[in-house]
Design a protein around this ligand. Structure first.
Ligand code: ZN
Length: 393
Protein backbone atom coordinates (compact mmCIF):
# COMPACT_ATOMS: atom_id res chain seq x y z
CA UNK A 1 0.00 0.00 0.00
CA UNK A 2 0.99 3.61 -0.47
CA UNK A 3 1.62 5.40 2.79
CA UNK A 4 -0.79 8.21 2.12
CA UNK A 5 -4.19 9.38 3.28
CA UNK A 6 -6.97 9.39 0.75
CA UNK A 7 -9.34 12.32 0.23
CA UNK A 8 -12.01 10.54 2.28
CA UNK A 9 -9.69 10.39 5.31
CA UNK A 10 -9.09 14.13 5.03
CA UNK A 11 -12.81 14.92 4.69
CA UNK A 12 -13.58 12.69 7.69
CA UNK A 13 -11.10 14.61 9.84
CA UNK A 14 -8.69 11.72 10.26
CA UNK A 15 -5.75 13.94 9.31
CA UNK A 16 -5.91 15.87 12.54
CA UNK A 17 -3.58 16.34 15.43
CA UNK A 18 -5.28 14.30 18.12
CA UNK A 19 -5.52 17.18 20.57
CA UNK A 20 -8.07 18.87 18.29
CA UNK A 21 -10.20 15.72 18.29
CA UNK A 22 -9.98 15.62 22.09
CA UNK A 23 -10.89 19.32 22.36
CA UNK A 24 -14.02 18.69 20.34
CA UNK A 25 -14.87 15.67 22.46
CA UNK A 26 -14.59 17.81 25.60
CA UNK A 27 -16.58 20.74 24.18
CA UNK A 28 -19.37 18.41 23.15
CA UNK A 29 -19.40 16.55 26.48
CA UNK A 30 -19.50 19.81 28.43
CA UNK A 31 -21.94 21.43 25.95
CA UNK A 32 -19.46 24.32 25.80
CA UNK A 33 -19.14 24.83 22.06
CA UNK A 34 -18.92 28.48 21.00
CA UNK A 35 -19.31 30.64 17.94
CA UNK A 36 -15.82 31.73 16.92
CA UNK A 37 -13.86 33.45 14.22
CA UNK A 38 -10.42 32.07 13.43
CA UNK A 39 -7.85 33.52 11.07
CA UNK A 40 -4.87 32.09 9.20
CA UNK A 41 -1.76 34.26 9.22
CA UNK A 42 1.97 33.88 9.12
CA UNK A 43 4.10 36.04 11.38
CA UNK A 44 7.21 35.58 9.26
CA UNK A 45 8.16 34.32 5.84
CA UNK A 46 11.04 31.89 5.28
CA UNK A 47 14.39 32.66 3.63
CA UNK A 48 14.10 36.42 4.04
CA UNK A 49 11.08 36.62 1.71
CA UNK A 50 9.04 39.81 2.08
CA UNK A 51 5.90 38.57 0.31
CA UNK A 52 4.23 35.26 -0.46
CA UNK A 53 1.88 33.94 -3.15
CA UNK A 54 -1.24 32.35 -1.70
CA UNK A 55 -1.97 28.85 -3.01
CA UNK A 56 -4.16 26.03 -1.75
CA UNK A 57 -7.41 27.97 -1.35
CA UNK A 58 -9.24 25.80 -3.89
CA UNK A 59 -8.42 22.72 -1.81
CA UNK A 60 -9.52 24.49 1.39
CA UNK A 61 -12.88 25.08 -0.33
CA UNK A 62 -13.00 21.38 -1.17
CA UNK A 63 -12.52 20.55 2.50
CA UNK A 64 -14.94 23.16 3.87
CA UNK A 65 -17.76 22.82 1.38
CA UNK A 66 -19.96 20.55 3.48
CA UNK A 67 -19.54 22.43 6.73
CA UNK A 68 -21.66 25.11 8.35
CA UNK A 69 -18.80 27.58 8.14
CA UNK A 70 -18.58 31.01 6.56
CA UNK A 71 -15.29 31.92 4.97
CA UNK A 72 -13.51 35.09 4.00
CA UNK A 73 -10.31 34.58 2.03
CA UNK A 74 -7.84 36.20 -0.27
CA UNK A 75 -8.22 34.95 -3.82
CA UNK A 76 -5.85 32.20 -4.80
CA UNK A 77 -2.67 33.76 -6.20
CA UNK A 78 -2.92 36.93 -4.10
CA UNK A 79 0.43 38.30 -3.02
CA UNK A 80 0.33 38.72 0.74
CA UNK A 81 2.60 39.94 3.50
CA UNK A 82 3.23 38.62 7.01
CA UNK A 83 0.50 39.34 9.60
CA UNK A 84 -2.24 39.70 6.99
CA UNK A 85 -5.05 37.16 7.43
CA UNK A 86 -5.31 35.17 4.21
CA UNK A 87 -8.28 33.09 5.38
CA UNK A 88 -10.90 33.57 8.09
CA UNK A 89 -13.43 30.99 9.24
CA UNK A 90 -16.58 31.73 11.20
CA UNK A 91 -18.89 29.23 12.81
CA UNK A 92 -19.24 26.91 15.79
CA UNK A 93 -15.76 25.75 16.78
CA UNK A 94 -16.71 22.07 16.71
CA UNK A 95 -17.85 22.48 13.10
CA UNK A 96 -14.31 23.10 11.80
CA UNK A 97 -11.80 22.76 14.64
CA UNK A 98 -10.98 19.21 13.63
CA UNK A 99 -9.68 20.44 10.26
CA UNK A 100 -7.02 22.86 11.47
CA UNK A 101 -4.19 20.45 10.72
CA UNK A 102 -5.41 19.65 7.23
CA UNK A 103 -6.29 23.26 6.28
CA UNK A 104 -2.84 24.47 7.33
CA UNK A 105 -1.25 21.62 5.41
CA UNK A 106 -3.17 22.65 2.31
CA UNK A 107 -1.93 26.25 2.28
CA UNK A 108 1.50 26.12 3.98
CA UNK A 109 3.16 23.87 1.41
CA UNK A 110 1.31 25.06 -1.69
CA UNK A 111 1.98 28.73 -0.90
CA UNK A 112 5.68 28.05 -0.32
CA UNK A 113 5.92 26.38 -3.73
CA UNK A 114 3.94 29.12 -5.50
CA UNK A 115 6.11 31.80 -3.89
CA UNK A 116 9.34 30.07 -4.86
CA UNK A 117 8.10 29.64 -8.43
CA UNK A 118 7.10 33.30 -8.57
CA UNK A 119 10.55 34.39 -7.41
CA UNK A 120 12.26 32.17 -10.01
CA UNK A 121 9.97 33.44 -12.76
CA UNK A 122 10.56 37.05 -11.77
CA UNK A 123 14.32 36.51 -11.91
CA UNK A 124 14.09 34.67 -15.24
CA UNK A 125 11.93 37.37 -16.85
CA UNK A 126 10.64 36.36 -20.28
CA UNK A 127 12.66 33.13 -20.31
CA UNK A 128 10.68 29.92 -19.87
CA UNK A 129 10.62 28.30 -16.44
CA UNK A 130 9.44 24.69 -16.38
CA UNK A 131 8.68 22.67 -13.24
CA UNK A 132 10.94 19.60 -13.20
CA UNK A 133 10.87 18.73 -9.50
CA UNK A 134 7.94 16.34 -9.07
CA UNK A 135 10.40 13.45 -8.79
CA UNK A 136 11.78 14.76 -5.51
CA UNK A 137 8.43 14.52 -3.73
CA UNK A 138 5.87 11.83 -2.99
CA UNK A 139 4.08 11.12 -6.29
CA UNK A 140 0.66 11.57 -4.74
CA UNK A 141 1.54 15.24 -4.28
CA UNK A 142 2.83 15.85 -7.81
CA UNK A 143 -0.36 17.49 -9.15
CA UNK A 144 -0.63 19.82 -6.15
CA UNK A 145 3.05 20.72 -6.35
CA UNK A 146 3.02 21.43 -10.05
CA UNK A 147 -0.28 23.31 -9.94
CA UNK A 148 1.26 25.59 -7.31
CA UNK A 149 4.46 25.95 -9.37
CA UNK A 150 2.34 26.84 -12.40
CA UNK A 151 0.11 29.39 -10.72
CA UNK A 152 3.22 30.94 -9.15
CA UNK A 153 4.50 31.61 -12.65
CA UNK A 154 6.09 28.48 -14.13
CA UNK A 155 5.33 28.35 -17.85
CA UNK A 156 4.79 24.63 -17.81
CA UNK A 157 4.97 21.43 -15.83
CA UNK A 158 6.61 18.11 -16.65
CA UNK A 159 4.26 15.53 -15.18
CA UNK A 160 1.37 14.27 -17.34
CA UNK A 161 -1.22 14.15 -14.53
CA UNK A 162 -0.25 17.61 -13.25
CA UNK A 163 -0.67 19.09 -16.71
CA UNK A 164 -4.11 17.48 -16.96
CA UNK A 165 -5.14 19.14 -13.68
CA UNK A 166 -4.12 22.60 -14.84
CA UNK A 167 -5.42 22.16 -18.37
CA UNK A 168 -2.09 22.57 -20.19
CA UNK A 169 0.10 20.27 -22.27
CA UNK A 170 2.95 18.72 -20.27
CA UNK A 171 6.41 19.98 -21.22
CA UNK A 172 9.53 17.86 -21.53
CA UNK A 173 12.70 17.30 -23.51
CA UNK A 174 14.46 13.92 -23.59
CA UNK A 175 16.04 11.98 -20.75
CA UNK A 176 19.58 10.61 -20.60
CA UNK A 177 17.97 7.16 -20.63
CA UNK A 178 16.95 7.53 -24.29
CA UNK A 179 20.46 8.50 -25.34
CA UNK A 180 22.14 5.80 -23.27
CA UNK A 181 19.86 3.06 -24.59
CA UNK A 182 20.17 4.16 -28.22
CA UNK A 183 23.88 4.74 -27.65
CA UNK A 184 24.29 8.13 -29.31
CA UNK A 185 22.91 11.68 -28.93
CA UNK A 186 22.24 12.25 -32.63
CA UNK A 187 20.65 8.80 -33.04
CA UNK A 188 18.38 9.54 -30.09
CA UNK A 189 17.44 12.93 -31.48
CA UNK A 190 16.64 11.47 -34.88
CA UNK A 191 14.54 8.74 -33.30
CA UNK A 192 12.66 11.34 -31.27
CA UNK A 193 12.07 13.39 -34.40
CA UNK A 194 10.82 10.35 -36.30
CA UNK A 195 8.47 8.98 -33.65
CA UNK A 196 7.15 11.86 -31.56
CA UNK A 197 4.23 14.06 -32.64
CA UNK A 198 5.60 16.97 -34.72
CA UNK A 199 3.81 19.52 -32.53
CA UNK A 200 6.20 18.64 -29.67
CA UNK A 201 9.29 20.85 -29.71
CA UNK A 202 12.57 19.07 -30.42
CA UNK A 203 15.08 19.63 -27.63
CA UNK A 204 18.39 17.76 -27.76
CA UNK A 205 20.08 16.83 -24.51
CA UNK A 206 23.75 17.53 -25.15
CA UNK A 207 25.75 16.39 -22.15
CA UNK A 208 25.50 12.60 -22.07
CA UNK A 209 28.65 11.22 -23.68
CA UNK A 210 30.55 14.10 -25.13
CA UNK A 211 31.36 17.75 -24.85
CA UNK A 212 28.35 20.08 -24.82
CA UNK A 213 29.71 22.22 -27.64
CA UNK A 214 30.32 19.34 -30.05
CA UNK A 215 27.07 17.57 -29.16
CA UNK A 216 25.13 20.83 -29.65
CA UNK A 217 26.68 21.37 -33.07
CA UNK A 218 25.97 17.76 -34.07
CA UNK A 219 22.34 18.08 -32.92
CA UNK A 220 21.86 21.34 -34.84
CA UNK A 221 23.41 19.86 -37.97
CA UNK A 222 21.20 16.75 -37.68
CA UNK A 223 17.87 18.58 -37.33
CA UNK A 224 18.61 22.02 -38.75
CA UNK A 225 15.76 24.50 -38.34
CA UNK A 226 13.62 21.85 -36.68
CA UNK A 227 15.78 21.81 -33.60
CA UNK A 228 14.09 24.04 -31.02
CA UNK A 229 16.73 23.94 -28.30
CA UNK A 230 19.66 22.16 -26.78
CA UNK A 231 19.48 21.23 -23.12
CA UNK A 232 22.51 21.25 -20.86
CA UNK A 233 22.07 19.24 -17.70
CA UNK A 234 25.83 19.08 -17.17
CA UNK A 235 26.68 17.25 -13.93
CA UNK A 236 28.11 19.45 -11.22
CA UNK A 237 31.34 17.38 -11.20
CA UNK A 238 31.96 18.49 -14.80
CA UNK A 239 30.62 22.01 -14.71
CA UNK A 240 33.79 23.93 -14.01
CA UNK A 241 32.63 27.32 -15.23
CA UNK A 242 29.09 26.60 -16.44
CA UNK A 243 28.60 30.15 -17.68
CA UNK A 244 31.63 29.82 -19.98
CA UNK A 245 30.32 26.50 -21.29
CA UNK A 246 27.01 28.19 -22.15
CA UNK A 247 28.77 31.13 -23.75
CA UNK A 248 30.83 28.77 -25.90
CA UNK A 249 27.78 26.71 -26.96
CA UNK A 250 25.92 29.91 -27.91
CA UNK A 251 28.93 31.16 -29.87
CA UNK A 252 29.42 27.97 -31.80
CA UNK A 253 25.72 27.63 -32.66
CA UNK A 254 25.51 31.27 -33.79
CA UNK A 255 28.67 30.95 -35.84
CA UNK A 256 27.04 28.15 -37.84
CA UNK A 257 23.76 29.99 -38.39
CA UNK A 258 21.78 28.37 -35.59
CA UNK A 259 20.91 31.61 -33.82
CA UNK A 260 17.32 30.40 -33.37
CA UNK A 261 18.30 27.29 -31.44
CA UNK A 262 17.55 28.04 -27.83
CA UNK A 263 19.58 27.07 -24.79
CA UNK A 264 17.75 25.18 -22.07
CA UNK A 265 19.45 24.43 -18.75
CA UNK A 266 18.50 22.16 -15.87
CA UNK A 267 20.10 20.49 -12.88
CA UNK A 268 20.38 22.20 -9.51
CA UNK A 269 19.07 25.55 -10.73
CA UNK A 270 18.01 27.92 -7.95
CA UNK A 271 17.33 31.62 -7.55
CA UNK A 272 20.98 32.43 -6.99
CA UNK A 273 22.12 31.02 -10.30
CA UNK A 274 19.42 32.57 -12.48
CA UNK A 275 20.62 36.21 -12.76
CA UNK A 276 24.03 35.35 -14.19
CA UNK A 277 22.79 32.49 -16.38
CA UNK A 278 20.12 34.74 -17.94
CA UNK A 279 22.74 36.10 -20.34
CA UNK A 280 22.82 32.85 -22.31
CA UNK A 281 19.77 30.88 -21.19
CA UNK A 282 16.35 30.85 -22.88
CA UNK A 283 14.64 28.25 -20.71
CA UNK A 284 15.10 26.78 -17.25
CA UNK A 285 14.03 23.40 -15.94
CA UNK A 286 13.82 23.94 -12.18
CA UNK A 287 13.44 20.93 -9.94
CA UNK A 288 14.10 20.54 -6.24
CA UNK A 289 14.34 24.22 -5.39
CA UNK A 290 10.69 24.70 -6.39
CA UNK A 291 9.17 21.35 -5.41
CA UNK A 292 11.01 21.40 -2.08
CA UNK A 293 10.38 25.10 -1.47
CA UNK A 294 10.33 26.23 2.16
CA UNK A 295 6.83 25.97 3.62
CA UNK A 296 5.08 29.10 4.85
CA UNK A 297 4.33 28.80 8.55
CA UNK A 298 0.69 29.81 8.61
CA UNK A 299 -1.09 29.29 11.90
CA UNK A 300 -4.80 29.25 12.67
CA UNK A 301 -5.75 31.41 15.63
CA UNK A 302 -9.08 32.16 17.25
CA UNK A 303 -9.60 35.94 17.23
CA UNK A 304 -13.26 36.29 18.29
CA UNK A 305 -15.49 34.30 20.63
CA UNK A 306 -19.25 34.87 20.60
CA UNK A 307 -18.73 38.17 18.77
CA UNK A 308 -16.14 39.54 21.21
CA UNK A 309 -12.50 40.04 20.28
CA UNK A 310 -10.32 37.48 22.05
CA UNK A 311 -6.96 36.10 21.06
CA UNK A 312 -3.95 34.50 22.71
CA UNK A 313 -0.90 36.52 23.78
CA UNK A 314 1.10 37.73 20.80
CA UNK A 315 -1.93 37.90 18.49
CA UNK A 316 -4.03 40.85 17.44
CA UNK A 317 -7.63 40.01 18.31
CA UNK A 318 -10.72 40.76 16.29
CA UNK A 319 -11.72 40.26 12.72
CA UNK A 320 -9.82 42.39 10.18
CA UNK A 321 -10.26 43.93 6.78
CA UNK A 322 -7.31 43.97 4.39
CA UNK A 323 -7.20 46.53 1.60
CA UNK A 324 -4.84 47.13 -1.30
CA UNK A 325 -4.48 50.51 -2.98
CA UNK A 326 -5.19 50.22 -6.70
CA UNK A 327 -2.78 53.11 -7.38
CA UNK A 328 0.35 52.64 -5.19
CA UNK A 329 -0.43 48.99 -4.24
CA UNK A 330 0.26 49.63 -0.55
CA UNK A 331 -1.75 47.44 1.82
CA UNK A 332 -3.80 48.59 4.79
CA UNK A 333 -5.29 46.46 7.57
CA UNK A 334 -8.05 47.78 9.83
CA UNK A 335 -10.57 46.33 12.31
CA UNK A 336 -13.51 44.71 10.56
CA UNK A 337 -16.04 47.16 12.01
CA UNK A 338 -14.27 50.15 10.45
CA UNK A 339 -14.25 51.20 6.85
CA UNK A 340 -11.68 52.78 4.58
CA UNK A 341 -12.02 53.94 1.00
CA UNK A 342 -8.88 55.92 0.20
CA UNK A 343 -5.16 55.29 0.56
CA UNK A 344 -2.82 58.03 1.85
CA UNK A 345 -1.77 58.47 -1.79
CA UNK A 346 -5.36 59.27 -2.78
CA UNK A 347 -5.87 55.96 -4.62
CA UNK A 348 -8.97 53.84 -4.11
CA UNK A 349 -8.67 50.91 -1.71
CA UNK A 350 -9.80 47.49 -2.83
CA UNK A 351 -10.67 44.86 -0.24
CA UNK A 352 -8.53 41.74 -0.79
CA UNK A 353 -9.83 39.54 2.04
CA UNK A 354 -13.27 38.91 0.62
CA UNK A 355 -16.36 36.79 1.42
CA UNK A 356 -15.77 33.36 -0.12
CA UNK A 357 -18.26 30.91 1.36
CA UNK A 358 -21.52 31.31 3.21
CA UNK A 359 -22.27 28.32 5.46
CA UNK A 360 -20.19 26.04 3.29
CA UNK A 361 -21.58 27.34 -0.01
CA UNK A 362 -19.14 28.92 -2.44
CA UNK A 363 -20.18 32.47 -3.36
CA UNK A 364 -18.30 32.74 -6.66
CA UNK A 365 -16.97 30.32 -9.24
CA UNK A 366 -13.32 29.42 -8.71
CA UNK A 367 -10.96 30.66 -11.44
CA UNK A 368 -9.09 28.31 -13.78
CA UNK A 369 -5.39 27.77 -12.97
CA UNK A 370 -4.41 29.78 -16.06
CA UNK A 371 -6.36 32.80 -14.78
CA UNK A 372 -4.81 32.44 -11.32
CA UNK A 373 -1.35 32.39 -12.92
CA UNK A 374 -2.14 35.52 -14.92
CA UNK A 375 -3.31 37.21 -11.72
CA UNK A 376 0.00 36.32 -10.04
CA UNK A 377 2.04 37.57 -12.98
CA UNK A 378 0.10 40.84 -13.11
CA UNK A 379 0.86 41.48 -9.43
CA UNK A 380 4.49 40.44 -9.93
CA UNK A 381 5.05 43.09 -12.58
CA UNK A 382 5.02 45.85 -9.97
CA UNK A 383 7.31 44.03 -7.54
CA UNK A 384 11.07 44.46 -7.63
CA UNK A 385 13.28 41.55 -8.68
CA UNK A 386 13.90 39.62 -5.46
CA UNK A 387 17.42 39.93 -4.09
CA UNK A 388 19.33 36.66 -4.21
CA UNK A 389 22.47 35.65 -2.36
CA UNK A 390 24.40 36.51 -5.52
CA UNK A 391 22.56 39.79 -5.95
CA UNK A 392 23.36 40.81 -2.36
CA UNK A 393 27.10 40.23 -2.56
ZN1 ZN B 1 -1.94 54.29 -2.46
Amino acid sequence: MFHTADPKDIKEGKITDIYFARTIEILKAKKADKWVKAEFITKNLPSGWTWGVLSGIEECVELLNDLKVSVRAMKEGTIFEPLQPVLELEGMYTEFGLYETALLGLICQASGIATKAARCKKLAGERLVISFGARRMHPILAPMIERSAYIGGCDGVAVAKSAELIGEEPMGTMPHALIIILGDTVEALKAFHEVIDPKIKRVALVDTFGDEKFEAIAAAEALGKQLFAVRLDTPSSRRGNFLRILEEVRWELDLRGYEDVKIFVSGGIDEDSIPELNRFVDAYGIGTSISNAPVIDFAMDIIEVEGRPLAKRGKMSGSKRVFRCIKCHADKMIPFQKTATRCECGGMLEEILVPFMKEGRLLDKLPRPKAVREYVLSQMRRLPVPPTAVGKS
